[in-house]
Design a protein around this ligand. Sequence first.
Ligand SMILES: Cc1ncc(COP(=O)(O)O)c(C=O)c1O
Length: 394
Amino acid sequence: MEQLSRYLGFTSQRAHQIPASGIRRFFDLINSVDGIISLGVGEPDFTTPWHIREAAIYALEKGYTMYTANLGMPELRQELARHLKYNCDVTYSPDYELLITTGVSEGLDLAMRAVIDPGDEVIMPDPCYVAYRPCVILAGGVPVPVPTGPENDFEISAADIEARLTGRTKAILLGYPTNPTGAVMPRDKLLAIAELAQRYQLLLISDEIYARLVYGVTHTCMSALPGMRENTVLLGGFSKTYAMTGWRVGYAAGPKDIIAAMTKIHQYTMLCAPIMGQLAAIEALKTGDASATEMVEEYNRRRQIIVKGFNDIGLSCFEPRGAFYAFPSIKSTGMTSDEFAEKLLLEEKVAVVPGSAFGECGEGHIRCCYATALTDIEEALSRMERFVRKYTSS
Ligand SMILES: Cc1ncc(COP(=O)(O)O)c(C=O)c1O
């Protein structure tokens, strides 16, 4: 009997410690209602550009269906090294400083597991991407959120980080341009954080998956800052820039010993990123830039319309300069972000994600992805206007 009760709950304490994604809950609701306009999913509405798909199809026809090297295909690592040198002015050896991962998702997990010992603290902005906290917890670490808000343009400052340092602080995890706010960090603030990281010998883990999606501002690559190459793990990907979410490919760039530790975990858990994704990524790096530019221009058009639309209907919206999310405040409605998102979905059939899914400081906001057809954005705005009027006029 005692034996039986011991086995009733098989799931681990670690699994219990992490919540199910607040975004997932809304996906499930979306699937249960007809005629929905979704601003919920953080995914380009474009399909992967044809020339990238065609290159991958051709390679499959030639029989490229096998495992690759654990680090990833040599040709992809060479292209990536060239790309990082050209676009970010930072040099990595394709032989031991680059690892091709199954999306940035895997890169994040590997980085955490490779550097965190039980109880190590990782500082991160709040709100932030939904996976950051769980990845730290699953690696046995402790997430330490630093509040940010529209009053400081959702930027994290070196002083706020310094105020939270303890003897257990191991790393700072940044993700700029940011999901969910669209904030981009100015270079001078990143320089101050870089100086702090070096002074206290902290590792910087920088998720730059949205680096290419900036509007009227310049993205600064963390590892290209003076002295930072040796204490930064740079994570990047293909999902957003080239509309390649389903190909599951990304990369980590960093110092040799950290990449070696990440590769050890990767070889036992993933073995290698899917070869189809790697083949498509080679083509994307070689010839995908013009397509990326076209998509960025289109996102920028939609960004301007959605931000103006929110401000016009009384949902004050911080101007996002990167990624493809708007993060308006819904405080004027008196609802929590969860209530707002659920009611909006049921009453007006518009799906958004409650800001609380991204951390305590996300409360009072909703995340709206504008990688969605312009006609849908316009229709969603008009439904939201009706909804907001209903709840603010009484
Ligand atoms: C900030 C951020 N990092 C990582 C990811 C995961 O990207 P990938 O598709 O490369 O795993 C996402 C996806 O939404 C994201 O927004």
